[in-house]
Design a protein. Structure first.
Length: 134
């Protein structure tokens, strides 16, 4: 059926993600390669940058969605065209509240790239000063 698996180099991405592409298109890169599900050698993809966290393919399999974490409470979702490597910023996500209290974020995106969801993990604490203990 022409489907392929997107395989990632953990040292390049720091995160493993894989999904089956709806078609057999690809480009060229050390961070990832497209491998036919039916078997055979993979085609390197040269479209990712360090810090990209691949999430999913778009609906027709011509692009890959990635997130880029800016800090603990800000992230961006990008679409990367697999044939050209063109990057399009789709969403900038900011966790509500005080930026310093978030310990991380996760996100998901729809196959059309129009909708997304996210969750964040607040790290809320209180500092107490105690005096006079012996």
């Amino acid at each position: 059926d022409g489907k392929q698996l997107l395989e990632f180099n953990l040292a390049f991405f720091h995160t493993a993600t894989a999904d089956a592409a709806p078609n057999g298109q690809g480009a060229d890169n050390p961070g990832a390669r497209l491998v036919p599900l039916a078997g055979g050698d993979g085609v390197p993809l040269n479209i990712f940058k360090a810090g990209d966290n691949p999430m999913d393919f778009n609906a027709d399999g011509t692009a890959v969605f990635v997130t880029r974490r800016l800090d603990g409470s800000h992230m961006e979702q990008w679409q990367i065209d697999m044939a050209t490597g063109k990057r399009t910023l789709l969403h900038t996500i900011v966790a509500p509240g005080i930026p310093a209290i978030s310990r991380g974020m996760l996100s998901a995106i729809s196959r059309d790239g129009k909708s997304y969801s996210f969750q964040y993990h607040p790290a809320i604490s209180t500092i107490y000063e105690v005096q006079g203990l012996k």
